[in-house]
Design a protein around this ligand. Sequence first.
Ligand code: CP
Length: 355
Amino acid sequence: MSDKNLIDLEVLSTEQINKIIKKAKKIMQSPADYRHACDGKILATLFYEPSTRTQMSFQTAMLKLGGRTIGFDNPMNSSVSKGENLKDTITIIGGYADIIAIRHPIEGTAMASAQYAGVPVINCGDGGHLHPTQTLTDIVTLSCEKGRLDNLKIGVCGDLLNGRTVHSLIKTLAKYPNNRFVLISTKELSVPLYIIDILKKNGCQFELSNNLADSIGDLDILYMTRIQRERFASTEEYEAQKNVFVLDKEKLDKAREDMIILHPLPRVNEITVDIDDDPRALYFKQAQYGMYGRMALILLLLQDDEFVIDNKESQVFDHKCNNPKCITQTEEYLPRLGYEKLGMKMCSYCDKRID
Ligand code: CP
């Protein structure tokens, strides 16, 4: 397995994260210097789920670096539609491309792909699990717009259960000193317990809220997310949740003038359109920062021998993950990999407890 797979931003040291941010800023300042940095290199974008920003910003990033791209955005137009398994698809594409960016609806697919690719694999979202390059986007934005990644009070609002961007963001910002979190959601869509465990382990202050208007007043950042319709078992359950939290002008009037509003996008209706022109609304600019973050990541993974990522795949446990959404349920040939954390055994693919 390559030692250059970006599966989960949490395994990066703060030095490595700072290195990506610094590189992204250098590219922003003088993009022409990087026009041929990846001449001759090929990025494969394998999107088993829809995407606008992640897929196209990765493609644009590689093109701006002088490289080229291959891939699919609908697996039904590939041999996946004939029943080809993940292992075979990834093994083949690893022989064509220098680096792979993959999005998939099943948790743990990026880690599974990394077992067979032989080239760096970047997780572009695996089910409701993680979305590390969105977090990269978010922290490049915070560094450029707030000038720091610590001492922040961060309100995270919406679908905190299924929102993979939220899980990656909290796990990463929890590593920086004195960050505090306000987790604003309904009871049904509150953050998974393993995220709470991580907050506790890192000694982070956090509070739970079910009222955006009451919680907005002393935030540095409001991170809005959509309700993830595609992850609900029924339309009725989605309908019950979909309009509970909407940021409108009335609520924004209660926020500080220096608070910034972020959103991974796509927006459905959780931020009213009349807020887009407010100087605090940075979600479109955030998507631009993401492209530079991804350019920096591609460069470091392809060209910096010292930029090694120590993923948590080292131990083999002789039992099956019982998370029904884990890739090990559908790709049964996968080795049963696990790791230990806080005295518990966890699945290396989906991070759920397996004992
Ligand atoms: N933020 C994000 O992942 O957007 P896309 O689904 O459009 O890639």
